[in-house]
Every structure is written in C-alpha cells, then in structure tokens.
Design a protein around this ligand. Structure first.
Ligand SMILES: Nc1ncnc2c1ncn2[C@@H]1O[C@H](COP(=O)(O)OP(=O)(O)OP(=O)(O)O)[C@@H](O)[C@H]1O
Length: 856
C-alpha cells in the first residue's frame, strides 16, 4: 500500500518556513534558507496574529461586535416588518433619512446586518452568530475557552440552520409567511417551498433525519440499543489493588445497587466547597462533575423521547476507577469519585480535554529545516567489489577446509552483508573463530561475523563498504515509517543492513544506555534522538531534562526552554552542567516519580497512557491535583564524569528511576565514552535493557555495554550496534549537523512558549537551602499568605498544587506558603502522599487568625 511520505499532521502543519537566511559551515547559504528576501506578507500577518497585543485587541473587538450583533438581531426580530421596509429603501433614499426612520437599536447598519442574517438567512437561528463571535473574542482576550470553541461553533451553526428549516416548515404549512417569515429566515422558508411540492410532509422527515445524523456524528454515537426493562448499564467502580504497577482486568461489570449507593452517598457528603468555581466549569480544564439534575445532555434527551438507549463511544465503563471506599478512608478531606455518567456529561458539554490548548498555534518543525544531501542517497558498492569480496570469503573459508553451498550479498548503508549457507556438517563455531582470518584476507577493518543469523539459517559476514552512504536526518524524518509512526516516543535510530529505516519506541525500551569511544558519533546520536522526539511531540506531551557535564554538547537546546525543557524551580540554567545540580535533579525526578505514582494510584490507572486518556475524557478531577502528565525524557550526556565525581549519589537515583519510572512516563537515555564497569555498574546495567554502542576501543568495553564483543569492530561515524530484547542489530545512525539542530531549536524557540520551563519538584540536598529550613519565619510571611490561607480553607484541601494552580505560583513558593500555613496551624503537618489536614473549618475563624497574626 502506498504511504504518504509525510504524516497528514506534518502536511497540514507545514507552513512556508521563514527562517532568516544564514550560511552553513561551508559559507554557502543553507538550502532551507535561500528564500526570497522580498517582504513576506504571510510572515508579517503571522507575526501580527501571534503577537499577544493584537490577539487581545482583536478579542475585545470581537466581543464588542458580538454584543452589537446580538442587540441588532434581537431588535430586528422585535421590530421586524418596520425595519424591513427601511432596509429595502435604504439605498434609494438618502442614508441619513433611512437611518432616522429605522427602529433598530443599532441604527441602519444594525438593521441592514440583521436583515441579511435574520431575514434573508437564518431567522431566529441567527442569534447563534453573535454567540460564536463572542466565544471567539473571549478566547482571544482571556486565553481560555468559555465553551470549547470549535465544537460549540459546529453545534450552533447546525442549530441555526436546523431551526431555520423546522420553523420554515411550520411557517409554510400554517401559511403565515406574511407575519412570521422573519422567524424562520430565508433559508428555512425557501428550502421548504422548494421541496414541499415534491415531498410534502417528507420535508419534515428530512429535517428530523438531519438532526438524527448530526447527533450521531456530533456525539459520536456508535450503536443504538433496543430498550430493556432493566436500567441501562451503569459503569461501576472496579475494586482492585491500589498498586499502580499491578495489572488488572478492564472488564466492565454490571452495576450493583450498593456501589451506586456508595458513590451517591459520597457525593452527598462532599461539601459544597469542593465543587469547582463556576469559571472553571467553562475552562478547558476538567472540573468536578456537575450535580446530576443540572443538565441532561442531548443524547439523553433523545433517548428519553425516542424510547431507545443510545450508546456513546466515550461512555465506556469506568473499569479503572479506584476503590472509592479505600480512597475515602485514606484521604482526610471528604472526597468522591466522579460519576462516569456525569464525567461524560462534561465531555458532551466541553468536548475532550485538549492538552495542547495552552499552545494551540504551536507549529511542529518543518522538514525543510533539515539539510537534504541528494548525493549521499545510496551506498556505492560496485559489482566488482561484490564479486571480489565473495571470492575472497569463499577462498578463505576453503583454505580452512570449510565448503559453502551459497553466498549472497545485501548492500547496506555502511556495510555489506554476505550471507553464506555452509555445506552440511560444518561447525558454526569454526566459522566464527575465523573472523580475524577473513578480515585479513579481505584486508578490511570492521568485519563482523554473525553465526548463525537469528531466524535465517545462514551465517552472516559484514564487510564495510569502501564508499559508505551518509544517512541524512532528513531522509529518515520524512520517511513513511517515521512520519506515520504511532509510537509514544518514536526515535529513529538509523538504517539497518537491509536499508530499512529503524524506528524504535523509547517508551517501550524503556531506557537506553549509549556508549562509544570519543569521536564515533555519540553526540550526533543524541541529537538524532532529540530531533526525532521534537519532530513528533507537542511541547505539552514531552519534557526534556538535559544533563551535560561536558557543558558544550547540549547547549543548543537551551532555546527550547519554554517549550520542551524541564528544570528545578530555583535553577537559572535549563541545561544542567553542575554535578551537585545533577544530583538534585535526579532526586527531584524521583520525587516527581513518586508524585506521579500517587496520582496514578488515586486515578486507578496502571500507567501514564491510561492516566492521560482518563484525564482527557475528563474523568479525573483537577481539584484533586490531577493534571495532564507529559512524558519526561532524561538525557545524560556523559555518565563517566558524574560517576567519578558523585558516584553513589548519582548511581542510586538513576537506578531507582530506571527500575520504576517506566510506567509513569519518565525515560532515561544515558551516554558515556567510557563503558567501564566502574561507570556502567551492575546496578545501572541491570536496569537498562536497551543498549546502543558506537565503536568502542576494546572487546572488554564492548562486553561491558553489550554483553558481547563486536562493538570494537565497528567502523565509526555512526556505525552502531543496538542490543534490545536480546537481539543485536547493526545500524547506521543518521547524521544531523549542529547547524540543523540550531535551526530546529530556533524554529521552536521563536514560537510562543510556556511562561517558564516545566518545573520539577524542589529537592534540597544535604547542603541545605531555603526550603530546608523548617523554622519558618512567620514575621516574614509571603505576601500571598492570606490569599493562600483563604483558598485552603474554602477548598478544605491542604495541597501545594492547589495553591500553585489557583494562585499561579511556582512549586517552590507554593511549598513555602504551605510551610508557613503549617506554622500558623492552618494546615496540619506533611503526611506523605495524603493531602494535609486543614485545621481551620470556616472563613470566619480564619479571618480571626489572620488578624491575630497581623497584630504580632
Ligand atoms: N551518523 C553519522 N554519519 C556520518 N558521520 C558521522 C555520524 N556521526 C558522527 N559522524 C562524524 O563523526 C564526528 C564525531 O561525531 P560526534 O561528535 O558525535 O562524536 P562523539 O562520539 O560524540 O565524540 P565525543 O565523545 O568526543 O564528543 C562528526 O563530526 C561527524 O563528522
């Protein structure tokens, strides 16, 4: 099947790249940059649109326009016939005369616009237009959505046409066009007039069917169940272990009265204060479910009126809801499990949660940022070279008394694989022991013998090509296999011996150990890995923690700070170079890991994917600290340096992360020049099942990294062996130059990003720091202290993340505020994973405490 060369997403996102022209290392303008220097209107408009000031101005303008339209439309509907004649005569009389005659509250212009939208087009359905304009303006002004814009727009546009059609039908059959045609508008009336003579009441069937079809698509209805006498199956919380690592069945279970009662009871006991504030209900953040009676979503209305039960795709059983009674007893603040029906109401109301909502205009890097090396496409191995090598191999083997039945060559980018089938009775180990002799006879370095070839029944002899192929990053990034890859963290590692592009999923690896002597392609390899991820992931889905003790290798990625990088709250530099900071960062990641496990446990999910899927379906309450969790990829460029200076301090958190972090989406890529046993210790090695080796200096190093020899035979420049799942494959790593990396980082970095890098939890090591000081100085309280205290008391939830989110503070400061609240005895002490107790029950008592504190 033919595959597109780029993914649909890349196609749609590909915009003309407007990077500034710049010369590459050879002084020639790089291909992507030799663009026209004339003024680029598209880019200027783009810049204007992405400028926050323009967005704000436009947003307020749209909201004003929406109000004007709404007033004009309402006024037109009420004064209709009078203004119809004024508008009709508007251009045959002086405008000011027409204007003075109009009764529309927005004057002649209002009357005219309303005449078009209301009278000519949609009738009363035209009121949807100002609502859509208002919602768009609101989003531009406040950066958040009152209602999901695209979904609401679709719904309202359909509603306006549909209302016009149904009213048109009524007006037609009641013969009241003279007086009432303003209510149905031209579309509805003309439609019914045109078709009535053909179908009669069939018009009505068509209109009803249009509604039915719309509901099917809009609410993603997949099947219609016939009515049954029992209550439609209500998903029930699945009682199961709280251990996030433990697997469980996702089977749906029939509801049982007792369980439903539990949930209802829990809901009733939940205090008002934990219901979300109104504003939150409309924001894109998921919120606590509204009370059941509040709203009946459209599908349910239809179900009730038609007597059938509609099954909606999103309405899956919540098999993965944690045991509510267990959670209730574990958490001091009253809590409840969201009712899946109501959570689905939220989805019906707001649509699915969109994690990219903060950076909706983010553009993925375009392929043009990568250099095209048209001349390096194919490895140049002549027929002569092939024949000569074949003969040499045959002769060498024959000299040692080994006969072969056949020999076949396949040309790879760096090496050619000669596959031989030995004659019957030849011992494989004998061929293997002739490695050096064959190398000598071929007078080539880097011969590797694979005996036997796994699953092939042959013996492979890899011989380096005289002219090797350079595999460009562009060629692999634009390949079908990569661009259509659905892996969670796709990384393109290069080309195999049979010229296939090899894409792996870092999330499945789940950690990667990389080694290679200096100058063999390790840094290029890391850049390739990072480039793959950046090309495939939105900043909301991926965060990178970059550790670069050599201080020079990863600096280019600095520009990604506000998009992809994560750092400790108090650190200035997003790329970590200092050993002490590395230790703190690793420990901070361990805390992040623990926090994530707590969230997963609370959500009843076994891994990050399930958790995020549940969050997207608005089944997790952000008021309880739930949020969308991006993958975190930790890259350590030189482990040897760290192990020399910090030893166990580094080894232990790395091993802990490697052991436990896979389920919660933290993945490690650790590289080293020196794959010796004191760098790659048994503890580290045991936890990195996937290992990648560039050329190393000795067989011992190769054994340390791959548990077998072979890496010392590689030929450098990105020639590498990947060992994963006990298979070893030889790959040619793609090449990406530093100026390409620079361009990519610039492309991403120049776009609107988050306010800051992703904040990792604070960790203060033995040397202490601000947060270490448990003697909180209450005379020097945080300016937000009172506000934080009120927030905690109103929500009856002693959580740092609540303060962080509501008061928009960093983790560091929110943590200090909680310490101060503890010192003021407003919240109880830290209790591990549980939220702190709130010791003050009402605002009145709190105000007294605050007054007392001020009096001190
Ligand atoms: N995949 C590749 N294809 C072609 N050439 C490559 C490839 N990888 C590396 N090279 C060549 O090898 C050189 C050294 O690569 P690189 O800087 O990645 O080595 P390194 O192992 O990181 O060295 P060090 O450990 O000293 O930093 C590059 O400048 C490039 O010329």
């Amino acid at each position: 099947m033919a595959q597109p060369t780029t993914s649909p997403r890349q196609n749609t996102l590909r915009r003309p790249a407007e990077p500034r022209p710049r010369a590459n290392r050879d002084g020639n303008p790089s291909p992507a940059r030799s663009q026209s220097t004339s003024f680029n209107w598209g880019a200027a408009l783009d810049r204007w649109l992405t400028d926050q000031r323009s967005t704000l101005t436009l947003g307020v303008l749209l909201m004003g326009l929406a109000l004007g339209l709404m007033v004009a439309f309402m006024s037109y509907l009420l004064n209709g016939p009078a203004d119809q004649s004024v508008v009709g005569a508007a251009f045959s009389e002086p405008l000011n005369e027409s204007g003075s005659e109009t009764r529309n509250w927005v004057g002649l212009v209002g009357a005219y616009v309303a005449h078009v939208f209301v009278f000519r087009w949609f009738g009363v359905g035209a009121l949807a237009i100002p609502i859509i304009v208002f919602l768009a303006g609101y989003k531009m002004t406040f950066g958040s959505e009152l209602l999901p814009l695209s979904r609401t727009t679709t719904g309202l546009l359909f509603a306006s046409v549909w209302i016009s059609l149904i009213l048109g039908y009524i007006v037609l059959v009641t013969d009241s066009a003279e007086t009432a045609s303003v209510w149905c508008g031209g579309i509805g009336y003309e439609f019914n007039v045109a078709l009535y003579s053909l179908f009669g009441w069939g018009n009505l069937a068509f209109i009803a069917f249009a509604l039915f079809a719309f509901v099917i698509y809009f609410f993603d209805v997949r099947s219609i169940k016939l009515p049954t006498f029992s209550r439609p199956s209500s998903p029930k919380p699945n009682r199961r272990s709280s251990d996030p690592l433990q697997t469980y069945s996702e089977s749906e279970e029939e509801p049982n009265e007792e369980d439903e009662q539990d949930v209802d009871d829990a809901r009733e006991t939940a205090p008002e204060s934990i219901q979300p504030p109104l504003a939150n209900t409309f924001a894109n953040t998921p919120v606590a479910p509204p009370a059941r009676e509040q709203e009946t979503p459209l599908p349910e209305v239809i179900a009730q009126t038609t007597g059938v039960t509609l099954t909606i795709k999103n309405r899956e059983a919540v098999a993965d809801t944690p045991d509510s009674s267990e959670e209730l007893s574990a958490t001091p603040a009253p809590t409840f499990e969201p009712d899946p029906f109501e959570e689905d109401d939220l989805v019906a109301l707001h649509g699915l949660y969109d994690p990219t909502i903060d950076l909706p205009q983010y553009q993925y890097p375009v392929n043009e940022l990568l250099t095209d090396y048209p001349n390096s496409r194919k490895a140049q191995v002549s027929d002569d070279e092939l024949t000569v090598n074949k003969e040499k191999i045959e002769n060498t083997l024959r000299n040692f008394g080994i006969e072969i039945d056949s020999i076949q060559a396949s040309i790879g980018p760096t090496v050619t694989l000669y596959e031989i089938i030995p004659a019957k009775g030849v011992r494989i180990s004998k061929i293997k022991s002739l490695e050096d002799d064959i190398a000598l006879s071929l007078s080539a370095l880097g011969i590797r013998i694979i005996a036997p070839m796994p699953g092939m029944g042959t013996i492979g002899i890899e011989v380096p090509n005289k002219n090797r192929e350079m595999v460009s990053m562009r060629s692999v990034i634009t390949s079908d296999i990569f661009s259509s890859s659905k892996f969670d963290l796709p990384i393109v590692l290069g080309k195999t011996i049979s010229n296939e592009i090899y894409v792996a999923d870092l999330a499945k690896m789940p950690h990667l150990l990389m080694a290679g002597a200096t100058g063999q392609g390790k840094s290029v390899g890391l850049n390739v890995l990072l480039t793959s991820l950046i090309y495939k992931k939105h900043p909301s889905q991926l965060k990178l923690v970059l550790v670069d003790p050599k201080k020079v290798e990863l600096t280019l990625f600095n520009k990604l700070e506000r998009h992809f990088l994560a750092k400790l709250p108090d650190s200035e530099e997003p790329i970590i170079t200092d050993t002490k900071k590395v230790v703190n960062t690793l420990n901070s990641l361990c805390i992040e890991m623990d926090n994530r496990y707590n969230l997963l446990k609370d959500a009843g999910c076994r891994n990050l994917k399930e958790y995020n899927a549940k969050f997207i379906k608005r089944r997790l309450n952000p008021e309880k600290g739930h949020h969308f969790l991006p993958y975190i990829v930790l890259i350590i460029d030189e482990l040897a340096d760290l192990m020399m200076t910090a030893g166990k301090e580094v080894e232990q958190p790395i091993a802990r992360l490697a052991q436990l972090a896979r389920a919660i989406g933290i993945h490690l890529v650790v590289a080293t020049q020196r794959p010796s046993v004191n760098v790659i210790t048994g503890l580290i090695k045991a936890n990195f099942p996937a290992r990648l080796s560039f050329k190393v200096t000795s067989k011992i190093d190769s054994r340390t990294i791959l548990d077998t020899g072979g890496a010392e035979q590689l030929v450098g420049m990105g020639d590498m062996l990947l060992s994963s799942n006990s298979d070893i494959i030889r790959l040619q790593c793609p090449f990406v130059d530093t100026n390409e990396i620079e361009d990519i980082c610039e492309f991403v970095g120049n776009q609107r990003g988050y306010d800051d890098a992703y904040a990792l939890p604070e960790f203060v090591g033995d040397e202490g720091g601000q947060g270490d000081d448990k003697d909180v100085d209450m005379t020097n309280r945080d300016p937000m202290f009172d506000e934080a205290a009120r927030l905690i008391v109103i929500h009856q939830q002693g959580s740092t993340s609540l303060i962080q989110r509501k008061l928009k503070l960093g983790y560091n400061r929110a943590g200090r505020l909680v310490d101060q609240l503890e010192a003021a005895r407003i919240v109880g002490p830290f209790e591990g994973s549980k939220a702190r107790d709130v010791l003050v029950q009402d605002l009145q008592t709190l105000e007294e405490i605050l007054k007392r504190l001020k009096g001190e």
